[in-house]
Design a protein around this ligand. Structure first.
Ligand code: PLP
Length: 453
């Protein structure tokens, strides 16, 4: 084991890893450098990163322009904050550019450093908004099974993946969950999109009524669910959900941490999926992962209340992070957005996304344990399950195939991810991915699936 691998094994506490296994076996891979869609490890071996890191390196690795923007800004003004109406130029310019791309009706951005802190801010905004309106009971937040919204105390609970609750006493008592629109596991036999959407909207309405509408503040959802399985909503789903929320004065939060900034082939994912949110969270793609930065976009309805006379009783808005509106992170985002715009990468994500989804459908249609290939833009997944006379069944934990397929693909030099709630394997490459790289990723995973099944 090389020196740095040994240091990692002995001293680093890894996220989403088995502590004991890591201490014994060490890192699966030690990344050293990267260019385009390719990562090189400490042994000089190259891997095709078909996940863009964690759904974030949208413009690909090794962009000099972003590296220069980071360095230039760090030299000019390495840090200053936004508390007490202090400001920096890069953050102001970035806020305007974000609002420019956002759906209509958004005029303010609150910056943070991660998707989790953005969604924490959302929860606090929902509570603050309802306190200002004199509705202090209206505090529960409803999320969906399989949704991924972060890992903080609040957002770990909003996340609807049991593995993220285990051992942490989550979710907190003000959080509820409803079903996700999953074609294999929640759609009933023979149900078309309209009926499926109507049933899930009814489930949400039933829950709001059971809890008491005066206690429910918001509903949070990803336009296309990422880590929970790349779940694309059926036609009419979000409009049906919105009608229910409007009936009970419940806010809609779009968690666009993955979808925002082009991954679905549109600048924002909400309009592309029929979602009309009151609040939007962004992170990852805003800097393509070159720097930690997130944003909460506040819609006019909420802004009018929290900036209105009714909020004066609370004094200053008592929320913000040391790194809110960090000028170096903002400079990275500006350079990243320049690249996305100048190279037409949003349109390219749509084009390569169509190519990827067609390639997956073709490559996996002969494998009996493939329940579905699905995706939208450059988010895609293959769902593996056991075919039975009664329909699809999940594999038992001991027979789960996703992690084995991912390991085999990694051995063959392709990085994909097994999603935490079952047997889906996901793809989310940089927008610069070529058809040849997509073919390589798909054929490698197909070969791995054939070998382990
Ligand atoms: N929301 C979504 C949709 C995500 O996919 C993620 C992370 O993958 C988060 C929130 C949390 O972001 P972070 O890991 O930056 O806290």
């Amino acid at each position: 084991m090389s020196g740095t691998r040994d240091l990692d094994r002995r001293y680093v506490f890894h996220p989403f890893s088995m502590a004991q296994t890591h201490e014994q076996g060490g890192a699966q891979m030690m990344a050293r450098s990267a260019e385009g869609c390719w990562i090189t490890d400490d042994d000089g071996r190259r891997y095709l990163d078909a996940m863009a890191g964690l759904w974030c390196v949208n413009v690909g690795y090794g962009r000099e322009r972003i590296a220069d923007a980071l360095a230039d800004q760090a030299r000019q003004l390495s840090y200053f904050h936004g508390f007490s109406s202090m400001a920096t130029e890069p953050a102001a310019i970035l806020a305007q550019r974000v609002i420019d791309k956002a759906p209509d009706g958004f005029s303010k951005v609150f910056f943070g450093a991660s998707g989790s802190d953005a969604n924490d801010t959302q929860a606090k905004l929902v509570w603050y908004y309802n306190n200002v309106r004199g509705k202090p009971e209206k505090k529960k937040i409803i999320a969906r099974d399989r949704g991924y919204h972060g890992v903080s105390v609040m957002t770990g609970g909003l996340t609807g993946l049991p593995g993220l609750h285990a051992g942490f006493d989550l979710p907190l008592p003000m959080i509820r969950h409803v079903s996700a629109p999953h074609n294999i596991w929640t759609r009933h036999a023979g149900e078309d999109d309209a009926a499926f959407s109507a049933r899930l909207a009814q489930e949400l309405e039933d829950l709001i009524l059971a809890e008491g509408p005066e206690t429910v503040g918001a509903f949070i959802a990803e336009p296309v669910m990422g880590a929970g399985g790349v779940i694309v909503p059926p036609e009419g789903y979000f409009p049906a959900i919105r009608q229910v929320l409007d009936r009970y004065d419940v806010l809609l939060i779009a968690d666009e941490v993955i979808c925002g900034f082009g991954r679905l082939g549109h600048w924002f994912g909400s309009p592309a999926t029929g979602m009309t949110p009151d609040l939007i969270s962004v992170a990852k793609g805003i800097t393509s992962g070159y720097a930690p930065l997130s944003g909460v976009l506040v819609g006019d309805k909420v802004w009018q209340v929290i900036s209105g006379a009714g909020a004066a009783k609370y004094g200053v808005f008592g929320h913000g992070y040391t790194y809110t509106a960090h000028p170096v992170m903002a400079a990275a985002a500006l350079a990243n957005l320049d690249i996305v715009e100048e190279e037409g990468l949003v349109a390219r994500a749509a084009e390569m996304g169509a190519y990827l989804n067609t390639a997956l459908a073709r490559a996996f249609d002969d494998l009996p344990i493939v329940a579905e290939t699905r995706g939208k833009g450059l988010m895609a997944a293959v769902e593996f399950a056991r075919p039975t006379a009664e329909g699809w069944q999940r594999f038992d934990a001991a027979q789960t195939v996703g992690p084995r397929i991912v390991r085999a693909a990694l051995e063959d030099g392709v990085i994909v991810r097994a999603l935490p709630n079952g047997d889906a394997v996901s793809f989310s490459p940089p927008f610069t991915v070529t058809p040849e790289e997509i073919d390589l990723a798909v054929s490698t995973v197909r070969k791995a699936a054939g070998a382990v099944c």
